[in-house]
Design a protein around this ligand. Structure first.
Ligand code: SF4
Length: 400
């Protein structure tokens, strides 16, 4: 199950809390960037021995919806020419609510996009102002309605909680309205104030009414309860999928594959990939990326980092990402099949500690699966950190 992630690092304006690899005032570079992307796609594909079908493609950003239909058409053409794209592949687009109209969405759907994700963040103008977002709630209302009208049956909304000044009741109102849109997926993120952002500066100046950890935890718990009542099932720490009457699976297949530790290519400035045992990280600045792609050289022509993971590193990562899946968790049998050694032999100390502390539980008929308990979900980072940064158990020779 391989996927492709394509990074589109352009935004009309930077939001005050954002530290993603994205640039405002660079829209003039979009045509050259699309050409560069196509060259990277061709170049990387031609160096691959394994031509497994691509099951998912995800355009993230930045604001991918700043590209026009012709530009997406050009990228699609190169993807189809270079890779075996599986029939029924999930093709997702991240979009900003204020950047789409009905005609554009219809064209995206016709081109082959199967899923769209909007950065809604909050319904409340005060929250949107603190986040320094450009869109209004009415833009979300229109974007969702147009998406539904033009045939998108998989629609996600991103929401943020813990916004300075946000009350519990205001967060509940956002959840209520988001669930009421009849979308089939919601992603919920706790706001973090990142160094170097305008939000961090406002915070240093004492201009923000910070939400404390207790209220933030209460907001998360509230979301869990409220969304369950609204027919959503939590399947990952930050992700909820609607139980659909038509039986379609609303979970994001692309991200699901990442948490299941499946391979994916990363194309574009700052994109990350994981193929075989290799992790790649592309150069971030757009001009550097464009220069590299004028004459792509080597298997990973845009990468500034190419890292071969050891077996031990893979085992640690596998645990860390797999435990994010709150329902299915990890399968000890799959671990054994993949790494040739029982999970409990490698992580005995960590597993015992987390199970004993009520953070992890065994489940299934064979007690094969391990997943976070409700308490473990609240303390997820604490659990994940147990599995990284350690030396392998001394008695095991994992240095391969
Ligand atoms: S739209 Fe998204 S990627 Fe762009 S600046 Fe705002 S938060 Fe960052």
């Amino acid at each position: 199950m391989a996927g492709i992630y394509i990074h589109i690092p352009f935004c009309r304006r930077r939001c005050g809390y954002c530290d993603f690899n994205t640039y405002a005032g660079f829209s003039h570079a979009i045509p050259a960037y699309v050409k560069a992307l196509c060259r990277e796609i061709e170049s990387v594909a031609s160096s691959q021995k394994d031509n497994s079908p691509i099951q998912t493609i995800f355009f993230g950003g930045g604001t991918p919806s700043l590209l026009n239909i012709q530009q997406f058409g050009e990228i699609f053409q190169h993807l189809h020419d270079s890779f075996d794209i599986a029939k029924g592949a999930e093709i997702s687009l991240e979009a900003n609510p204020g950047t789409v109209n009905q005609e554009y969405l219809a064209q995206l759907h016709q081109l082959g996009f199967t899923r769209i994700s909007f950065g809604m963040q909050s319904t409340h103008p005060q929250d949107l102002a603190v986040l320094d977002r450009q869109h209004q709630f009415s833009d979300v209302v229109n974007a969702v309605a147009w998406s539904q009208l033009t045939g998108f049956s998989h629609i996600n909304l991103d929401l943020i909680f813990g916004i300075p000044g946000q009350s519990l009741s205001r967060w509940q109102e956002t959840l209520h309205l988001a669930a009421g849109f009849k979308v089939d997926h919601l992603s919920l993120y706790a706001l973090t104030i990142e160094e170097g952002t305008p939000l961090a500066l406002w915070n240093k100046k004492g201009m923000l009414e910070i939400v404390d950890d207790d209220l933030s935890a209460e907001m998360y718990q509230t979301a869990t309860d409220q969304l369950r009542l609204a027919g959503f099932e939590q399947y990952e720490i930050s992700n909820w999928a609607k139980k659909r009457a038509d039986g379609l699976d609303a979970r994001c297949r692309h991200n699901l594959n990442t948490w299941r530790y499946q391979p994916y290519f990363g194309f574009g400035a700052g994109a990350h990939g994981f193929i075989g045992h290799t992790r790649t990280a592309n150069v971030e600045p757009i001009p550097v990326y464009l220069t590299r792609m004028q004459d792509p050289i080597g298997a990973w022509p845009a990468a500034e980092e190419v890292e071969e993971l050891t077996l031990w590193e893979e085992m640690q990562e596998w645990m860390m990402v797999g435990l994010r899946l709150t329902n299915e968790g990890i399968s000890q049998q799959v671990f054994l099949d993949r790494f040739g050694i029982p999970c409990e032999a490698v992580f005995a100390k960590q597993l015992n500690k987390c199970i004993h502390a009520g953070l992890l539980e065994k489940m299934g008929d064979q007690q094969d699966r391990l997943r976070l308990t409700p308490r473990g979900r609240l303390l997820g980072n604490q659990v994940f950190m147990e599995f990284v940064g350690n030396d392998p158990p001394g008695e095991l020779n994992l240095d391969q």
